[in-house]
Design a protein around this ligand. Structure first.
Ligand code: ADP
Ligand code: MG
Length: 726
């Protein structure tokens, strides 16, 4: 019998370089050539249709049916000119992936011929039988229909000869079944409220929108090694594996030279990304061996998220061409860094201003301080929701692990800005003198910012000069949950701001008094979530507890924030999700948590029983044979001395085997008990408290065996192989 691990290793050694990479260089003309962007629209649409579509994109105007027919015809003509044969509505169901159902442009015409068909109605709306997507009980099977509806703010694109039309996905009764619907609703509220705040501060803006620049971390592993790791295949993480003698201790991987095969992979995905209009800009090695990062230039949130989803798809699809598999899991390998997806976020205006950037004059700086303070207050009031938005079983393995932000939500603004805020907070009644003093200080802000080069890498929510960086988002997540939460709380806080300044003015305060008074109050109130120190430290945990901040270590605990009366009211008053939709999402997230742990637990049991124990026994038998043989050839006295070590080695192996067996049996029992629980909250808690603890126990025993058993017998590719083969 051949050892599958050695087969995989020899496959790697016998590999030839794949192809000439010269073709994978995107020139300027090719950028975005596979998207129906402005240029293609101009070329393929009538002037009337073009204008109508642009208004719809920029102002959210409704597109009428006649125009939709024209757009569909042009879209089809464009797609076919690019070699497309099929079309699909492309949406973000609550599985976290994207979904597509392809239809051919060709329609049999009945006389043995076919015509090419794609009408406005097919562009604007479709009715996929989507009863197998998670809906959290919103759709019963008798009303299994879901509707997808065109989102013209994200351009259609061609992927694998298929025209993909970004859409929202809602139920027959109008409830959201996807991520995009509530996201667009939250962004709409940001627009409305943002314009009001700008107006109050003396700026008339046509539009306020949120921007997102994500940084995607990922691991790659050789495809042959991957195929020999059932745990990677089924759970995308290694449930066993002793640490490699060398991994990231020397910090020699971070920003190091990119290995050739990886570089070829990167060139190809960058090429495809650029043709799809994804502005990928940065690529580098990350901290752990075989861990990398890619980041585009920031875009409007909705588009940036579509691009991130598309990018994750491209990574997974292109890697196998290079005999690689991409792992987007937050913690594929124990004891080395996990992967996150920093979400750089800010607000911008139609006139091109970044609302979180210090300005050129006093008025702009007041605007900056106002928006900054609103963000801090929003985070302070809703930190539990932000924590909930990033809660998943896999992100639990990364958060708080001395390599990633802790589960405590705090914000970092830097010492200089912190000081400026403190001064603002301690300012009393706004007298003319005080106003003059504040103005002077505020006008100095850009200078302060330039000096402010200190950056805190440990904070989950850090201000980095002209944007906030939400660092707790997991690498495999759809950014939408984080972006829905962040933009929703921002919209809500902006509305609150308008309400409170108006009340103050109605009570007789001047505009300045009202503004500075409110900012001072909010700076004070939000000081409990501001933290400038090391968020990975024990001191911060204690300090945060003293400040009364939550520290939800596990996803089920954190997710509960989705259904508190406060959250439900927040979502409802901003028309983002109603209580039913919110509860459905909560249930889906809990179910997902349970299923992930359930699969991991089964994989662990299977592997331990079918892969590890048989090999350990085989090796143990060799040792036993060896001892027996020694006894035959050596005199008894010498043998007794010699055999002591051998026998204790055999005993040690026996103990590990027996510990594994016992733990797997007990874990299976606990799993059965947990599976019998109907209530999702209790079931998730049972998995967390009664099933998951066995993972560590079993792993510990298996990893010990890995160090004892003959390397030639060990069936699972080892960490040193998976992390260093490239
Ligand atoms: P790093 O965090 O690695 O030090 P930078 O701070 O230079 O890198 O930028 C990180 C990301 O922030 C980039 O992807 C960039 O596109 C994004 N970014 C820059 N400005 C904004 C903005 N106004 N809104 C959203 N994202 C932004
Ligand atoms: Mg970053």
């Amino acid at each position: 019998m051949e050892n599958i691990r050695f087969k995989a290793l020899s496959a790697i050694m016998n590999r030839q370089p794949l192809r000439n990479q010269a073709e994978f260089r995107c020139n300027v003309e090719q950028f975005g050539e596979m998207t129906f962007g402005l240029e293609a629209m101009k070329k393929f649409l009538t002037e009337e249709a073009y204008k109508n579509l642009i208004n719809s994109i920029e102002r959210g105007d409704k597109i009428d049916r006649r125009i939709a027919d024209q757009v569909a015809a042009s879209l089809k003509a464009w797609a076919i000119s690019k070699g497309a044969t099929h079309y699909t509505h492309w949406f973000h169901p609550l599985t976290g992936n994207t979904a597509e159902k392809h239809d051919s442009f060709l329609d049999p015409a009945g006389d043995g011929k076919a015509i090419e068909k794609f009408k406005g109605s097919e562009l604007v709306q479709q009715e996929p039988d989507a009863s197998s997507f998670p809906s959290g009980g919103i759709r019963n099977t008798f009303e299994a229909r879901g509707y997808t509806a065109w989102d013209p703010t994200s351009p259609a694109f061609i992927l694998d000869s298929t025209l993909c039309i970004p859409t929202i996905f809602v139920s027959y009764t109008g409830e959201a079944l996807d991520y995009k619907t509530p996201l667009l609703r939250a962004l709409n509220e940001v627009d409305l409220a943002g314009k009001e705040v700008c107006k109050f501060l003396g700026f008339n803006e046509s539009r306020v929108f949120a921007t997102l620049g994500w940084e995607q971390e990922y691991f790659v592993v050789d495809a042959a090694l991957y195929a020999a790791r059932p745990d990677l295949m089924l759970t995308r993480r290694t449930v066993f594996g002793h640490a490699s003698a060398k991994d990231q201790q020397l910090s020699d991987h971070y920003f190091g030279t990119i290995p050739t095969r990886i570089m070829d992979f990167m060139k190809e995905y960058e090429y495809e990304a650029h043709r799809l209009g994804i502005p990928v800009k940065t690529r580098h090695n990350e901290v752990a061996p075989n861990q990398y990062e890619l980041a585009p230039v920031f875009e409007e949130v909705n588009l940036a998220i579509d691009h991130n989803q598309l990018m994750m798809h491209l990574l997974k699809r292109i890697a196998p061409k290079h005999n690689l598999v991409v792992l987007l899991h937050e913690k594929p390998f124990a004891k080395v860094n996990g992967s996150g997806k920093h979400n750089n976020w800010s607000l911008a205006t139609g006139s091109g201003k970044n609302l979180l950037a210090p300005g050129k004059n006093e008025k702009e700086n007041i605007r900056f301080l106002t928006f900054l303070t609103i963000v801090l207050k929003a985070v302070e009031s809703n930190s539990d929701l932000l924590r909930a938005a990033i809660a998943t079983a896999s992100n639990d393995q990364r958060l708080g692990g001395h390599e990633a932000p802790p589960a405590i939500i705090s914000a970092f603004v830097g010492s200089h800005l912190s000081q400026a805020l403190e001064e603002l907070a301690s300012a009393g009644k706004v007298t003319p003198e005080l106003k003059a003093e504040l103005d002077m200080k505020i006008s100095k802000i850009p200078g302060i910012m330039l000096d402010n080069t200190d950056r805190n890498r440990t904070s989950p929510f850090a201000f980095t000069g002209n944007k906030f960086e939400f660092r707790a988002v997991g690498s495999s997540q759809n950014c939408s949950t984080a972006m829905i939460a962040l933009n929703l709380i921002m919209a809500d806080q902006m509305k609150q701001f308008m309400k409170e300044v108006t009340q103050r003015i109605e009570a007789g305060q001047t505009k300045d008094e009202a503004l500075f008074g409110l900012l001072a109050a909010w700076v004070n109130e939000s000081s409990r979530i501001r933290f400038e120190g090391n968020c990975y430290s024990e001191e911060w945990k204690n300090e945060a507890a003293r400040r009364g901040l939550s520290n939800h270590a596990s996803a089920p605990e954190a997710l509960a924030a989705y259904v508190t009366p406060q959250t439900i009211a927040l979502f409802e008053r901003n028309n983002v999700l109603n209580e039913r939709e919110l509860r459905a999402r909560y249930d889906i997230k809990l179910e997902r948590y349970v299923m992930e742990l359930q699969i991991e637990s089964r994989v662990m049991g299977d592997l331990a029983t079918n892969h590890i124990i048989p090999i350990a026994i085989r090796y143990q038998n060799t040792l036993i044979e060896n001892v027996k043989g020694l006894k035959e050839v050596i005199d008894n006295k010498t043998f007794v001395n010699l055999a002591k070590n051998q026998v204790s080695y055999i005993k040690e192996i026996s103990e590990h085997i027996s510990n594994i067996k016992i733990a797997v049996e007990e874990m299976t029992e606990e799993r059965k008990k947990a599976n019998a629980i109907d209530d999702n909250e209790l079931k998730a808690a049972a998995y967390r408290d009664n099933v998951k603890p066995f993972f560590e126990t079993i792993r510990h025993e298996v990893d010990k065996l890995e160090m004892m058993v003959d390397d030639e017998l060990w069936p699972l590719p080892k960490y040193r192989e998976m992390l260093f083969a490239h």
